[in-house]
Design a protein around this ligand. Structure first.
Ligand code: FMN
Length: 180
């Protein structure tokens, strides 16, 4: 699958096959893609905690406040993305430029994870709705959790949905200076 195909095929999965586990080899490929993700000053200011079995179920429950994300209980793997400290140069740049590079880095990391998962035939859903305190306790983390990603096989009847996105005119503008 090439990248263009991945952009068309990847979608948030909300219908996981709870009976099908994730092969270690595929999980390793996804984590290797995550490891190669770019970040400000190459600082990689994040940590990934792989939760499986009972831990995955506990994390899923912590993503279900107010009736949200019920499907998460069927995902055999939950990837918990938490913050780590900036490296000095990125901390300096972030302060001087007033830019939250760490959130950007975690976003890119998540894009790599979800794209590689798609490449190996697995499905994902990025979750921003979770109870930080509970997930931290489950994973013994002292730093804030920023995202949780469900990982597993989609059910056979989970169809590819039509993508709903801004149209190109709204999304993109071009500026070209007049020739003098
Ligand atoms: C930062 C972030 C947080 C999200 N949180 C949730 C969530 O808690 N529950 C959920 O079902 N989907 C969540 N999503 C998935 C988005 O709803 C989804 O990516 C978007 O609607 C586009 O659909 P697609 O991923 O199927 O292309 C989240 C996505 C992102 C990037």
């Amino acid at each position: 699958m090439n990248f263009t195909e991945i952009t068309k095929l990847r979608q948030s999965c909300r219908s996981f096959n709870a009976a099908r586990s994730v092969e270690r080899e595929k999980l390793d490929m996804i984590l290797e893609a995550a490891r190669l993700s770019p970040s400000a000053c190459n600082g990689q200011p994040y940590h990934i905690t792989v939760c499986e079995g009972e831990a995955a179920l506990k994390v899923a429950k912590a993503c279900q406040g107010m009736g949200m994300n019920r499907f998460a209980s069927d995902a055999p793997v939950m990837l918990v993305i938490s913050e780590e400290a900036y490296v000095k140069t990125a901390a300096f740049g972030s302060k001087v430029k007033g830019n939250d590079y760490r959130s950007i880095d975690i976003g890119i990391l998540s894009a790599y994870i979800t794209a590689e998962a798609c490449e190996v035939g697995l499905s994902t859903c990025i979750l921003g709705w979770f109870d930080d305190k509970t997930v931290r306790e489950i994973c013994s983390l002292s730093a804030p959790v920023r995202l949780v990603i469900t990982l597993g096989y989609a059910k056979e009847d989970d169809k590819l949905r039509e993508k709903k996105r801004k149209d190109m005119k709204e999304l993109v503008s071009y500026i070209k200076n007049q020739e003098q």
